[in-house]
Design a binder for this molecule. Sequence first.
Ligand code: SF4
Length: 412
Amino acid sequence: MGEGETKPKFTIDPNSAKFKLNEIVAKHYKEVQEAKDRGEKIGWCASNFPQEIFQTLGIKVCYPENQAAAIAARGAGQRLCEISEAEGYSNDICAYARISLAHMKTGETPEQNMPLPDFVLCCNNICNCMIKWYENIAKELNIPLILIDIPFNPDYEVSDAQVDYVKSQFLAAIEQLEEITGRKWSDEKFKEVMEISNRTSRAWLEATSYTRYTPSPLNGFDLLNHMAVAVCARGTVEAAEAFETLLEEYKKAVKEGTSTFRAEEKYRIMFEGIACWPHLRATATGLKSRGINMVATIYADAFGFIYDDFDGLIRAYCNVPNAMNLEHARDKREAIVNKTHAEGLLVHTNRSCKLWSGFMYEMSRQIGEDCGIPVTSFDGDQADPRNFSEAQYETRVQGLTEIMESNKGGKD
Ligand code: SF4
């Protein structure tokens, strides 16, 4: 490029799924801020709390887990963790919680801002750490906490008794939300939202299932970014349309033999756990440079909820990955490994997430044995950059690659 010439600015096609998905996330934060500015009551909410309930009531909420992930990916995880640690929160607590509690204290985080809440909504189908995190927010800000107890399920199926137990709590929560916000629940409106939510989930599940093709039309890391929309906007027409666009793009890519994975796909793996957001570049490059594509993740299924009525909605939210027993969780993952022909399993032993990482040692051992694939793990953290070593990551991924290579040789 000659002197004085400027580099052409990279623009995303406004008709592409990526553009539409980015717009939805930006609009989501903008609308919550606008609602707050108008004096409406807004909430903070756990990611596995049904978005459909707010959509039906017309209430604006935002998601601290999404915010923390965005902050960590933009390099501010450590700064915010340290603010909470200075307040006395232990460095052993989930980094999403530490980031969120720091934002609550400062009220301003330029890397991803969001307004402070007038109420918080928590459900423990994610983890119990979240209860304490939300209790502290409620206490510090002197605002109501609505807590739904969704017990860990020791059985394979969700029982009718569990649905009744959880449903009664949601009905009480809806009444509380009506009182707090002055909004009214409408069964008709819920039906509409449910249909849109199912449409969104069907498109999401079908699009993500395209990793079953070899080579895959997508880089699996794309899904980690797209899933924010499945969390915060599932019940909106825009989300349904964006995921339908994504699906069309993947269909076209399979036909034309193209992919968003910008390397030759030599190996296909399952990636287990939350992304290591502060080190996304290092973790993605460590795979791509060896021709390893991530084609399988439990996240794809985790945010696609298909149901027929309110009871079905409750049953679906009782059946999320962190609330199910080891055997059920293992079988779900093995089905994904088999469907996508993953050749190895890379486990992120996430220091923040004791629940997930704790039962992953035994689960990944069983998956490796049952599916006949090599398993390795690396130490990291979804949001605190201090808990990751690039050298260890490189060594583990190299070891995995060599076993996958040798397995390929064995099959030839
Ligand atoms: S990352 Fe793990 S510990 Fe943190 S909120 Fe999520 S499930 Fe809970």
